[in-house]
Design a protein around this ligand. Structure first.
Ligand code: FDA
Length: 366
């Protein structure tokens, strides 16, 4: 065999695997059907700004092992995710905290804010929420739901909140402090210089073939290596024999603007239903950029059909059951390792993927 591993997918999972295998003297061929490495964390330089091509990517974790592992590939800045939400002409801080409550009701104390939320929950009279709308109102009351959750969620899922199941929202964290930091994690930041350079370092000892779809040349590629690390869609790997796993997709519309600072924040959510996009990302703010121009990206949620980019798995009962059938087949494979968000049909943040990849490496090599 020419290679020890054929790695399908040059995203975070595949690239960590390639790096660790390379360190152990193994030869890897890494293929990706896209024209670039880094998968969904790909950053592309436009006007000297690192543009997050597949949506805003903010690294966060409380896992010491993951945080110290990733430091070898980049220096991280002190970026803290503190999105704002625009509803009609009003502007609110997120996640829901004392700033938001002051903006909504002009209250200044946690006791007043708690009282307001409790009053609205009580007034709703909902005791057994039957859909997402009722669930959200029973957790945070009518005002927060109407202005900050309803339209955004309907755009995200392409369905009315009354038709969506309540389980989509399990908790809606509210903070009674003036804290706009979106994440609760111990560590957070953006790799200075973008994510792509991190992946370049991971793939430095591997052979890379881009624009190469595994399924277009399966036999030949399969014969090149002892083992496969597959990070693509698990249902496609098994020719959709149990059916097609569903996703939600997104489309991104980017624009270079002849101004230095468009919205003053990296992430602005648009929560009213009438605006078709959910967010505008202004990329330079991830790295505190001072370039003369700026790049923004509008993010539109959309229905996924086969061939579209699969972004968010729809983990309902039907799909999860189907995934279990695929997983059963996968567990019987002796020469194929499945990993990453598409092969495991799970929404994974980057730190989850790193954790999974490191566990997989331990199992494979130690
Ligand atoms: P990834 O999709 O990156 O890599 C898989 C690769 O396999 C792709 O490059 C694909 O082209 C390739 N491939 C698939 N099938 C193939 C085939 N048949 N042949 C060849 N190649 C094939 N996380 C976080 O921590 N903070 C954040 O802020 C965000 N933000 C965020 C926003 C949005 C909009 C999304 C959708 C996701 C996030 N994430 C995130 C999650 C993050 O993107 C995710 O954890 C990693 O990119 C997953 O890495 P993987 O390697 O698993 O998949």
């Amino acid at each position: 065999m020419k290679y020890d591993y054929l790695i399908v997918g040059a995203g975070l999972f595949g690239s960590i695997f390639a790096y660790e295998a390379g360190k152990r003297g193994k030869k890897c061929l890494v293929i990706d059907k896209r024209s670039h490495i880094a998968g969904n964390i790909y950053t592309n330089k436009i006007e000297d700004i690192n543009v997050h091509q597949y949506g805003a990517h903010i690294f966060h974790t409380s896992n010491e092992k993951v945080w110290s592992y990733i430091q070898q590939f980049a220096k991280f800045n002190r970026y803290t995710n503190s999105p704002v939400a625009v509803y009609k002409e009003e502007l609110y801080n997120l996640p829901f905290n004392m700033n938001t409550f002051h903006q909504l009701w002009k209250v200044n104390s946690p006791a007043q804010a708690k009282e307001m939320i409790q009053k609205q929950i009580k007034e709703s009279g909902i005791t057994n929420p039957k859909n997402l709308e009722e669930q959200a109102i029973s957790l945070v009351g009518k005002d927060i739901y109407e202005k900050l959750i309803k339209g955004y969620t309907q755009k995200q899922w392409g369905q009315s909140a009354k038709e969506l199941p309540s389980f989509i929202i399990k908790r809606l964290p509210v903070r009674f402090t003036y804290d706009n930091n979106y994440f609760n994690d111990l560590y957070q930041g953006i790799p200075i210089g973008g994510y792509t350079q991190m992946i370049e370092k991971m793939l430095k000892d591997s052979e890379i073939r881009l624009n190469t779809d595994y399924f277009e040349n399966r036999e030949e590629l399969y014969s090149l290596a002892d083992k496969i690390v597959f990070t693509g869609m698990i249902d496609e790997f098994y020719n959709y024999q149990f059916g097609t796993l569903e996703y939600r997709s997104l489309s991104f519309e980017s624009e270079v603007l002849e101004e230095e600072n468009h919205q003053g924040n990296a992430v602005v959510n648009f929560t009213e239903y009438e605006i078709p996009y959910t967010r505008i990302i202004e990329h330079k703010h991830f790295e505190f950029g001072t370039q003369p121009k700026t790049v923004i990206t509008r993010e539109y949620p959309k229905t996924w059909t086969k061939g579209d980019e699969p972004y968010y798995p729809v983990n309902n009962e039907k799909n999860n059951k189907m995934y279990e059938q695929y997983k059963e087949l996968a567990q019987k494979e002796e020469t194929v390792i499945f990993g990453g968000r598409l092969a495991e049909y799970k929404y994974y943040d980057m730190h989850h993927v790193i954790e999974q990849a490191l566990t997989c490496i331990e199992q494979e090599f130690d």
